[in-house]
Design a protein around this ligand. Structure first.
Ligand code: NDP
Length: 492
């Protein structure tokens, strides 16, 4: 029978035909015009008196300025942390420590909207994500670890544990508040004190959290926050009073840190880059899988270490999936991060935007086929269209290197073994996704994929009770859960 086209079937087309009214979030982020370093419970200027600006990447306008910490300031911070460790924090009963951590969690919840707006303005992420993911998950990490503070006897059954001492921590710009919570909450629960350096471009929610620490009456010196760039981070990592170093960021800097910490006796955990495979089998629920693919790569503009940046699709459904994907990205709303309708916000910095553009150009030059929606981008600020590359081969740079932007590389496979082989054929091993109707296949894949986290029929799900971390060049050590807490303890 000849096929006739059903001309009555009307397709809903959004985009420019159905313009949304602006829906800006209006809570006041309560920024100060300038911030000092948070050392020994107080804000103070850097010894050098130097300051640097922090901007809104969606408008390129200055938001505030903050002190640039040098070696002398980092030294002052560690001395405060060491004193607090020996005189108060490590001696305090866990039950009491837990009360402070609960207090921090509750105060953060009280000011959740203010923090969400602050995070969006400084980092460029959509307010929907800051409001519904970053801030509540950060509070959840404090709540979860508060519960552990008086139960450390159960962290390593049959063994006793003790806190190693002041911890030096360095975090990146993609989840500024959440990474801060991932680092601070377990350290405090275990009885350690902290010197932490947020990323240069996104320090403001860390300094706002310092206000909460003051409000919670946390003893001075228990948490110290030093702002600055890579040199400040190096001073934190290399300080002799640091008994443990925890770093999240690029694999290149992770390697530098590993070399500098080697032989010092410091405990070390590294959470580095990724190039995750999101694997779709032909029996998967395809529309749900497409939502999972979109969430996997366009969440937080793709600035996610565990982003599903390589899509592996079974060959017989590749065309269908690509078509669905192209239609789906054509209705993603890219623009003002403060608008509640926005799906994809601003790229965090000009430097990162340039890096994404260079990687995308390499994809074009190497022969992959690029698909982008025709959406309008704001005239100012750092924005990039959601991008999908088909006809990608394993040797392309866009299939091998972390892009850390809204760019997806689509590859195909025929068999389960080929999917596993291709997924594991990477220097990284942080995360993976599997979409299939078969439970047995999920079990096989999750056993054979060399990734710290494997999501099945979902993607980008996080919970403080669940350990997160990588294999190979994605680093070592875990954050979250009992395993994450154990990384902040010494066995005795
Ligand atoms: P970096 O690894 O350079 O930055 C992470 C943190 O380390 C920042 O606070 C940074 O400071 C600090 N830092 C930089 N150099 C040193 C050093 N020598 N010693 C100690 N700390 C240091 O990442 P970038 O921000 O430069 O991003 C580059 C790439 O890294 C991205 O494109 C992405 O591919 C990857 N990345 C991966 C992340 C992950 O979660 N896995 C997170 C962020 C980036 P400052 O910001 O002030 O320079």
């Amino acid at each position: 029978m000849a096929k006739t086209k059903n001309t009555n079937a009307r397709e809903l087309i959004f985009g420019d035909l159905w313009e949304f009214d602006p829906a800006p979030e209006t809570a006041d982020p309560k920024f100060k015009t300038s911030y000092g370093l948070f050392i020994d419970g107080k804000f103070s200027p850097a010894a050098s008196g130097k300051m640097f600006d922090t901007i809104n990447p969606a408008t390129e306008k200055k938001i505030s300025e903050m002190a640039l910490a040098g070696a002398r300031d980092v030294d002052r911070a560690f001395k405060a942390a060491d004193k607090a460790f020996h005189t108060t924090w490590s001696r305090m009963p866990g039950l009491e420590r837990g009360k402070y951590i609960y207090r921090i969690a509750r105060l953060l919840q009280d000011r959740a909207r203010e923090f969400a707006v602050a995070e969006t303005l400084n980092g460029g992420k959509p307010i929907r994500e800051a409001r519904d993911f970053d801030v509540p998950t950060a509070a959840a990490h404090f709540f979860y670890h508060a519960g552990w503070a008086d139960k450390l006897a159960y962290v390593a059954p049959g063994r006793s544990v003790r806190p190693p001492g002041p911890v030096g921590q360095v975090i990146p710009w993609n989840f500024p508040l959440l990474m801060l919570a991932w680092k601070i909450a377990p350290a405090l629960a275990a009885g350690n004190t902290v010197v932490i350096k947020p990323a240069e471009t996104t320090s403001i929610t860390a300094l706002k959290l310092a206000e909460i620490l003051q409000e919670a009456d946390l003893p001075p010196g228990v948490v110290n926050i030093v702002t600055g760039a890579g040199e400040t981070g190096a001073a934190v990592v290399n300080h002799p009073l640091a008994k443990k170093v925890a770093f999240t960021g690029s694999t290149d800097v992770g390697k530098i840190i590993m070399r500098s910490v080697a032989g010092t006796g410091k405990k070390l955990t590294l959470e580095l880059g990724g190039k995750a495979a999101n694997i779709i089998f032909d029996d998967a629920p395809l529309d749900q899988a497409v939502e999972g693919i979109v969430n996997g790569i366009f969440f937080n503009q793709g600035h996610v270490c565990c982003a599903g940046s390589r899509l592996l699709v079974q060959e017989n459904i590749a065309d269908v999936v690509l078509e669905k994907l192209k239609r789906r990205i054509s209705v993603l709303r890219v623009g003002d991060p403060l608008d509640k309708n926005t799906d994809v916000g601003a790229i965090n910095s000009r430097e990162q935007l340039d890096k994404i553009k260079a990687m995308v150009q390499s994809g074009i030059d190497e022969g992959a086929e690029m698909h982008q929606p025709a959406c309008k981008l704001p005239a100012r600020g750092f924005f990039f269209r959601p991008t999908v590359f088909s006809k990608v081969s394993m040797s392309h740079r866009i299939a091998r290197e972390e892009i850390f932007g809204p760019v997806l590389s689509v590859l195909t496979f025929r068999t389960v073994d080929e999917a596993i082989e291709k997924a594991n054929n990477t220097a990284f091993g942080l995360s993976a996704g599997v979409w299939t109707d078969k439970g047995s296949r999920i079990l096989k894949m999750s056993t054979e994929l060399k990734a710290g986290v494997v999501w099945a029929n979902t993607y980008n799900k996080f919970d403080p009770t669940s350990p997160f971390g990588g294999y190979k060049e994605s680093g070592f050590g875990r954050e979250g859960g009992r395993q994450g807490l154990l990384d902040y303890c010494e066995l005795v």
